[in-house]
Design a protein around this ligand. Structure first.
Ligand code: CO
Ligand code: CO
Length: 303
């Protein structure tokens, strides 16, 4: 796809019909349970292939692990990733571990995509309606876990969202012939939406009332457990984002909250929106309509 715009993964044309999609991601633990951490890391790494309309088939583990921790913990991380990969129909064919002070884990993932199926950040067109497949609020919640402020119910809820694969959302996008899409991860909903708006030379209008936020994320936002990345995102992106007058400061921070293994953000042309929503509903794929693409540039958040 070239290096001019940011893409979710590298795409390598194989022949006149298909291309390889290659990506990698790894990070320090976001939850205490090693099995869940492995599953989240796998779902997150696979997501960049799904975000480009690809079908992952092969992966490798990348891990760093402290020599003084019991090796059973690493085995649980790897097992969580392997079972999530199996659910995705992906084989983990090996990998590599190094010693490090803090655990780190993720995957290298390879997938296939048809040349006419590729979803990109530059595929948004004025008139498109914007759909998001998972709620936001994972950064503020996982930081509350690190600070031992999170309840077991909230931990279970955020884990269940972060371990959901974006496979079904992606295959629906491909089936519907959509062109614009990305996944929402560390740069926050607003950061990733702005990347798309810039690459597509359009303006995104996001309806703040329709953006799904985990209930518990509001509580942790009030407790102030935002990770540093939320403030970085605000610093980097706020100049191109217009908020309504008197917009709630915590709500603004939630829109800048970095996500791990977040949902797909898809651009659906007006003519396809009814069919898209119908099929998503029939297949029980969660989607929230959160706004639209208009002429112009940057992002406007409306109340
Ligand atoms: Co991505
Ligand atoms: Co990524």
């Amino acid at each position: 796809m070239g290096l001019s715009d940011p893409d979710d993964a590298a795409v390598w044309k194989l022949d006149e019909r298909s291309a390889l999609v290659i990506t990698t991601d790894f990070f320090t633990p976001v939850v205490d349970d090693p099995y869940a951490y492995g599953a989240i890391a796998a779902a997150n790494s696979l997501s960049d292939v799904y975000a480009m309309g690809g079908r992952p088939f092969l992966a490798l583990n990348i891990s760093a692990f402290p020599p003084d921790l019991p090796v059973e913990i690493l085995q649980e991380i790897v097992r969580g990733a392997a079972e999530k990969a199996r659910q995705a129909g992906v084989v983990i064919a090996g990998g590599h571990t190094v010693q490090d002070k803090e655990p780190k884990f993720g995957l290298v993932v390879i997938g296939m995509v048809g040349l006419d199926e590729i979803l990109t950040k530059r595929g948004a067109e004025p008139g498109d309606r914007l759909f998001l497949s998972k709620p936001i609020g994972y950064g503020v919640t996982t930081t509350a876990i690190k600070q031992q402020k999170a309840s077991p119910e909230d931990i279970a809820e955020v884990i269940s969202w972060m371990t959901i694969l974006n496979d079904q959302a992606s295959s629906l996008a491909v089936e519907m012939g959509l062109k614009g899409g990305t996944d929402v991860t560390g740069f926050s909903l607003l950061g990733h939406a702005l990347e798309m708006a810039r690459a597509s030379r359009g303006r995104f209008r996001l309806d703040s009332h329709r953006i799904p936020v985990l209930d518990c994320a509001w509580r942790y936002a009030e407790m102030g457990t935002f990770p540093g990345g939320a403030f970085d995102n605000k610093y980097y992106y706020q100049a191109d984002i217009r908020f309504p007058e008197g917009f709630h400061e915590l709500q603004e921070m939630l829109l800048f909250d970095p996500q791990t293994s977040g949902g797909l953000l898809l651009c659906v042309p007006e003519t396809k929106a009814d069919e898209f929503m119908h099929k998503a509903h029939d297949r029980k794929i969660p989607f929230w309509e959160i706004g639209e693409v208009i002429e112009g540039q940057g992002i406007e958040v409306i109340a």
